[in-house]
Design a protein around this ligand. Structure first.
Ligand code: ZN
Length: 357
């Protein structure tokens, strides 16, 4: 089954390269806007070729701009010229014949001193992204600016065979233990280092308080970014480990708790809104879903009600006592942190929550 997704990669251009991107992107949208207004006046699609479009862009890029302009014009025509889109956000696009990804660089042609020249720009290509890109059919490369950052958006098509008839795996996200997974046939794994995360959070909190007293705004912003990066990296690692564990154990469906609107459930004390925000359960589930989907593993969300209290064997409800869970009704005993994951396997699946990758 073919799936088209967009991979976003941060670029680290030099000052010289920033000038090339900035000028190129302005020329790119200017070209599109001019072509669109010409077509709107003529009320027909342009027959201009790259040779007849005069702008300091590489001919392949000009062709891409003509293509984009035609599709913008199509929309305008469809609205009977009531809506004539004008591009404002600078962007520049290359087709898959005109850029290459190698090592930690993405290369694409720019016009320098009137000549087309391929430029290598450093990019944050981690192993995950690199693996995904090497197994994919590459589409267009768009470079845009987000705040002060330059982002490469690479459209890719992957052939993903959905896994079927495998194990169902329940994953319980938590605070002390970031994630616990268990499969129907009883394979269990604990993920992440909750204690370490807690330590880092406290460390940053204390530092932040000190700086805030000293009114050092920039330092606080920098630290927030550092903390964010730390948590992002943790979530990436945990989600990757979870999906690898699923692959190793022939899992075709991963079930996670649906944690939206958590305040309506009885679980407010265990995973309340503050914790939901703090520990980014939501973000972690998105990462898991994204990585799982790339492997053909489906992710389902279940009702989180009583998943931590219900006896996985007989269905009676008990509060866990200390580190272990013991059911007075049927004698079932297990590690308390495993109860949630076991119950998630069999909990009611909630329809209609779809996350985009
Ligand atoms: Zn029981």
């Amino acid at each position: 089954m073919n799936q088209t997704i967009t991979i976003k990669v941060k670029l680290n251009p030099t000052n010289e390269q920033i000038k090339l991107i900035d000028n190129g992107s302005l020329d790119y949208i200017k070209t599109i806007n001019e072509l669109v207004s010409e077509m709107v006046i003529d009320k027909k699609t342009t027959n201009k070729t790259s040779a007849s479009v005069i702008t300091p862009l590489n001919s392949a890029v000009k062709n891409q701009a003509i293509k984009d302009a035609k599709s913008v014009f199509k929309k305008a025509k469809k609205s009977k010229y009531k809506i004539i889109p004008v591009l404002k956000k600078p962007v520049i696009v290359w087709n898959n014949q005109n850029y290459t990804i190698k090592g930690n660089n993405i290369s694409m042609p720019f016009i320098i001193d009137g000549k087309s020249k391929k430029i290598e720009i450093k990019a944050d290509l981690n192993n995950d992204i690199f693996d995904t890109l090497s197994n994919a059919k590459l589409g267009t490369l768009r470079v845009t600016k987000k705040g002060r950052k330059y982002i490469a958006q690479i459209s890719i098509t992957l052939n993903i065979e959905p896994k079927t008839n495998g194990q169902v795996m329940g994953v319980d996200l938590g605070i002390l233990i970031p994630a616990v997974a268990t499969t129907q046939n009883g394979k269990v794994k604990f993920f992440g280092n909750g204690r370490q995360n807690k330590y880092y959070r406290r460390y940053y909190k204390t530092k932040r308080a000190k700086l805030s007293k000293a009114k050092k705004l920039n330092a606080i912003i920098n630290m927030n970014n550092k903390e964010q990066r730390y948590m992002h990296n943790q979530d990436h690692k945990i989600s990757r480990d979870i999906v690898n564990f699923a692959k190793e154990n022939n899992v075709s469906v991963i079930r996670l708790e649906c944690l939206e609107g958590i305040s309506k459930t009885t679980r407010t004390s265990r995973k309340n809104k503050k914790n939901l925000h703090d520990w980014s359960f939501y973000r972690l589930s998105i990462y898991i879903e994204y990585k799982a989907n790339l492997e053909g593993i489906r992710v389902e969300y279940v009702n989180p009600k009583y998943t931590s209290q219900t006896c996985p064997k007989c269905g009676e409800r008990h509060k866990a006592n200390g580190r272990s869970y013991f059911c007075k009704d049927c004698g079932f005993r297990t590690h308390r942190d495993l109860v949630g994951a076991k119950n998630i396997i069999n909990a009611t699946v909630i329809d209609g929550r779809s996350l985009s990758a």
